[in-house]
Write a new protein. Structure first.
Length: 259
């Protein structure tokens, strides 16, 4: 009978929907590489001083994979991870058993894994995996956090999850890390570039609800632009020009070691 077995990682077992955030997936037909951050508060071994734990998960010898938006996946009827974890080995997998593997492949050498991220569920049949989690207890500065986020997300706005950016902004408002305002400004800039007028209240909360330094750093023009539909006026540049300025400022951003 098929059953889900939680996988013990260096950070322990990872549970709850907001446990694994995914920034990027790379797939060359043989390997699938996932990278992002793990929420420290939902793991069983949270010895690290970091709030977010960067990770790279590589599946090797991938035979088949299936991805689905999380709520849609639950509507399909599989909610077994609720009682298990966000990263499981599926033993006695019905999918693997029914898969018509080519004759020169040894089906016994493959395993069925399930990965539940904030937005998407992945089922993967592969030979093995390697999960690297950065458990370094050194807390990154805000500028280092900004540089790291830029390296992982880049500026291909169509591929950046607005839900994730909003979640990160909400967390930063709730637990602002003292120091430079560069990280929260970057997050708000991302939200401006991929957002719409419905995101104005969150941007205003970030700008006016933390402290004066943050309020000064977050561009009021972003808020005004979303309010007027991105049109150019006497006091506000066009959305296209504002986005170009945002990218130009951050595309070669490097953290100041003296923060």
């Amino acid at each position: 009978m098929e059953r889900s077995v939680p996988i013990e990682t260096d950070a322990g077992v990872i549970r709850k929907r907001d446990g694994i955030f995914l920034d990027r997936v790379q797939d060359d037909g043989y390997h699938m590489i996932f990278s992002g951050e793990i929420n420290k508060t939902v793991v069983s071994n949270n010895r690290s001083g970091k709030e977010w734990l960067p990770y790279t998960l590589t599946f090797q010898g991938v035979l088949a994979s299936f991805s689905c938006e999380l709520d849609t996946y639950e509507n399909l009827g599989d909610v077994s991870y609720h009682e298990s974890s966000d990263f499981d080995l599926i033993e006695e997998s019905a999918w693997l058993q029914s898969l018509p593997v080519r004759k020169d492949y040894d089906k016994g050498s493959y395993r069925h894994y399930r990965l539940v991220t904030y937005d998407t569920v992945y089922n993967i049949i592969a030979k093995n995996y390697e999960l690297l989690i950065d458990m370094d207890s050194t807390e990154l500065t805000n500028e280092q956090r900004a540089e790291d986020l830029i390296k992982r997300l880049g500026f291909h706005f169509d591929s950046i999850s607005k839900d994730e950016i909003r979640k990160l902004i909400e967390r930063e408002i709730e637990n602002f890390q003292e120091g430079s305002s560069e990280y929260i400004r970057l997050l708000c800039g991302y939200l401006y570039c991929i957002g719409d007028i419905t995101d104005v209240p969150l941007l205003e909360k970030a700008k006016y609800g933390i402290n004066m330094d943050v309020g000064f750093m977050i561009d009021g023009e972003w808020i005004d632009s979303l309010k007027n539909g991105g049109q150019k006026t006497e006091s506000v540049n066009s959305r296209e020009d504002i986005t170009k300025l945002f990218v130009a400022y951050y595309e070669n951003f490097e953290a100041d070691d003296d923060e």
